[in-house]
Every structure is written in C-alpha cells, then in structure tokens.
Design a protein around this ligand. Structure first.
Ligand code: GDP
Ligand code: IMO
Ligand code: MG
Length: 428
C-alpha cells in the first residue's frame, strides 16, 4: 500500500478509529485530512480506551509518524489538552512523530462562540453540531480570512491577527445575543499554546510527498462520514468539510496516483448524532436495543458530546451511495456482535418517495424527508460471536447477513469486527 484511505460510509462513528489503528500496524505515516475535534475516534488497546479527537490513531503505534493535514481545522488549546491526556496514558507525542500542517486552519474561541450562537438562532432547525466551532472556522477559511497554524511561528503577527479576529467576532456575537470575548485573554492563551506547538508545525505537504516518493506507506484516516460531507451529504445537515475520498487529496496535498486502497467503514446498523434525515431510524425498544444502555464504552453515545446516537436498521441505499462517491475498493463492517439476539434483521434496500423507487439517496432534503425505507428481512442469530476468530465458525445467519450486504452494495466486505478490541476482527 503506498497510500490507503479509510472513510466513514454513513453518518460518522462507524468505527474508523479502530480500523485505522488496525491498519496503522502496517503503515509508516498516519494522517488526518479533514475536520477537527468534532471527531471522536475510540481505540481500545488492552485495558486502555483512547478517545482521540484530533490526534490520528496511528499515534498508538511507536513506529508511526502522525500528521494533521492542511484540510483540518485545529483548536490549539484542545489539541494540547488531548496531547497531555494521551501522554499521561504512556504515549510518545514528540515532534519527531507528530506534525501539524502549517496550512491547517485554527479554531479560535470566536469560532466556538459563533457556532453556539448560530445553532441557537436556528431554533428547531438547528444542525445539532458538536459546538466545536467547526463551521465558523471553515467559513473563515473559505472567506479567506482565517488564521493558519503556520502563523503561530511568527508570534507578533499571530497575536495581532487573533486580536483582530476576536474583536470582529464580538460585533457579531453582541448583535446575535451571544457572550462576547476578551481579546486580550484569548490572545494570551493562544500565545501560550503557540509557544508549545511551534516545534510541531511543518510543511506536511512536502513531508508527505517525500515520504510517498521514498515508498513509505501512508494511511489517510478519515473523520466524520460520507453523509456528513459538505457536497455529498444531507445538506444542510452536514459538517463543513470534505470527509470523502477527494477530501484526502486536497486535505493532504497528495495526488491520486498514490492511492491503491479506499476502505469504507460501515457499521452493520445505522446511527446518527445531530439532526437530519434518517429513513431507517427506529424509535422505541428496537432502537434502544441497538443503542445499548451506556453501560459499555462502545454503546451508542457520542464520543465527543456524550449525546445518545439515533439508531436504526442498516441502510444499504447509504452504503451503495458511499461506495460510489468514494470508489471503495472494499468495506470493513463493524459491530456485528451487537446484532446477536435479534430474531430478525431488516436492511433497507431502496427508498420509496411519492411512489417512485430510489436506489441512491435523492439530492434534496424535501425528497429525503419523505423517503420511506423498503426493507428486506433476514433471519437473526442468538449466539455470542464476540470471540469468534474464523468466519467459518460464525453462525450461518451472520455469514448470510454479511454476504447480503456486500451483494446489495456491490462492494466486497474484506473484514468484519465483533468487538472493539484489536483482535476482535474476522477476515472475510
Ligand atoms: P469512529 O468515529 O468512526 O472512529 O467511531 P467511534 O469511536 O466514535 O464509535 C465506534 C464505537 O464502536 C467505539 O466505541 C468503538 O470502540 C466501538 N466499536 C468498534 N468496532 C466495534 C465492534 O466490532 N463491536 C463493538 N461492540 N464495538 C465496536
Ligand atoms: P467521527 O469522526 C458523528 C455531526 C454532528 C452534526 C454535524 C455537524 O467521530 O465519526 P459539526 O460540529 O461538524 O459542525 O457538526 O456533523 N458530526 C459527527 N457525527 N461522528 C463525527 O465524527 C461527527 N463529526 C460531526 O453531530 O450532526
Ligand atoms: Mg466517532
């Protein structure tokens, strides 16, 4: 593998962190290319449970160098907190193995405050963002007035740019009834963060291309999911970045000729946090069973915000679409263990909208909101499969379920997982 991309095939939280951690064992470099600390990637290593928001999952492998790409938006204060947390868990996060693109944009407290004000103003139309300032930071980026990580290397210019940004944001915040910020305090906090992060800031575009030319193996760790993509997702109930395959190219500054594998990560049922259409959502007992009670760390409660995730049957319309948008070479299907004990399992194979059948999601929200899922029903299984290591030892119904999903989205399923731990996966 010169370069592999790992991408969420649904609405995020598919298990990308655990898949990236698995693939990182064979990689030299692991790079995040989109989003920021709206992501929450859980990786279980023995007794330790890591919840990573900005730092790539590759950090848990000593031989790997990790990169935060130019396509990301980085909150420097939250990044330092996360670095300290994982250091305290015994992980080396030195500048020799962790680098931040000088072209990545910074999230400031102004962006966080504006996110909150904007959500409040939307009332019951709110997107349900993670309130991490992601949208406002990308708005400043595309509006060509953002502050980039490289500016932290020139402290005087950085302080001035930040001070001005906060003052300008205060005007909007005051107008919209938000809490204004003290530009001096913010600037001092960020100067402190800048002095700590300076050794990590590099031209990661040059670094990645040099590595690829040398034959290094690069893993691009996606965040969010295809249906949250600014172009391809359920607009406007999306994030503000490009988590899909194209985003990996622009978000890292590498060309497509290096990519030989695009692995989609799909959960074997659907989950979504935040607002927006979800045609297979289940309310009541079945949804609660899929979600879990919160007792297990893998139950469906947000890694970043703790919000209960909306749960429902697997939606192959979504997977089929994600396979097309990203050009998946294969799929990794997670959480099969959670389906044990359901008498029967439903899979949405198409949508019905105003009497018409759709095998791919329609482009408009108005149509999506009227979509009714057309299901097929498969037999469930009662066995605990969480310790199965070989696909031949799985119940027939589990194998049939996996094969059916692959057939319906016309993409091979290469691996499935039956628990969050490193060895709880099965090659297919
Ligand atoms: P990501 O954002 O795509 O990395 O996914 P999250 O980490 O937000 O959510 C996935 C959750 O499922 C995490 O708590 C993982 O530990 C857990 N997980 C991943 N694969 C499996 C699996 O096969 N079985 C179970 N039970 N949990 C899993
Ligand atoms: P990982 O990488 C699930 C969702 C939010 C909201 C929408 C916009 O862990 O899969 P934002 O804060 O980005 O402006 O919110 O996107 N969202 C995620 N949902 N997993 C994520 O990341 C998400 N990142 C953003 O819930 O609906
Ligand atoms: Mg997550």
């Amino acid at each position: 593998m010169p370069a592999t991309i790992v991408i969420g095939a649904q609405w995020g939280d598919e298990g990308k962190g655990r898949v990236a951690d698995w693939l990182a064992a064979e990689a030299d470099v692991v790079a995040r290319y989109a989003g920021g600390d709206n992501a929450g990637h859980t990786v279980v290593v023995g007794e330790k449970v890591f919840k990573l928001h900005l730092v790539p999952s590759g950090i848990l492998h000593d031989h790997v160098v990790c990169v935060l790409g130019n396509g990301m938006v980085v909150n420097p204060v939250n990044l330092l907190k996360e670095m300290d947390q994982i250091r305290a868990m015994g992980v080396d996060v030195s500048p020799e193995r962790f680098i931040i693109s000088s072209r990545a944009h910074l999230i400031t407290p102004a962006h966080v405050a504006l996110d909150s004000v904007s959500e409040k103003a939307l009332g019951n139309q709110a997107i349900g963002t993670t309130l991490r300032g992601i949208g406002p930071a990308y708005m400043d980026k595309t509006g060509r007035k953002g502050i980039r990580a490289g500016q932290m290397l020139r402290v005087e210019d950085f302080a001035e740019a930040l001070y001005n940004m906060i003052e300008q944001a205060n005007v909007t915040l005051a107008r919209q009834g938000g809490v204004t910020l003290d530009p001096k305090t913010v600037t001092l906090d960020y100067l402190d963060a800048a002095s700590r992060l300076q050794p990590y800031i590099k031209d990661t575009t040059v670094y990645l291309n040099q590595q690829l030319q040398k034959g290094a193996r690069v893993l691009c760790e996606g965040a969010q999911g295809t249906l949250l993509d600014i172009d391809h997702g359920d607009y406007p109930f999306v994030t503000s970045s490009s988590p899909t395959a194209g985003g990996a190219m622009t978000g890292l500054g590498i060309g497509p000729r290096y990519i030989d594998k695009v692995m989609g990560v799909g959960k074997c049922f659907s989950t979504r946090v935040g607002s927006g259409p979800m045609p297979t959502e289940l309310e009541g007992e079945l949804g609660n069973r899929l979600r879990g009670t919160g007792e297990n760390h893998w139950d469906e409660f947000g890694t970043t915000t703790g919000r209960p995730r909306r749960c429902g049957w697997l939606d192959v319309v979504v997977l089929r679409y994600a396979a097309a948008v990203n050009g998946f070479t294969d799929l990794f299907l997670t959480k099969l263990d959670v389906l044990s004990g359901f008498e029967e399992l439903k899979i949405a194979v198409a949508y019905k909208i105003d009497g018409q059948r759709y095998e791919y999601p329609p482009a408009t929200l108005a149509e999506l909101e009227r979509a009714e899922a057309e299901y097929i029903t498969l037999p469930g299984w009662s066995e605990d499969i969480s310790r199965v290591k070989d696909k031949h030892d799985l119940p027939e119904a589990t194998r049939a379920y996996v094969q059916k999903v692959a057939e319906l989205c016309q993409t091979p399923i290469s691996t499935i997982s039956v628990g969050p731990e490193r060895d709880q996966l099965i090659h297919f």
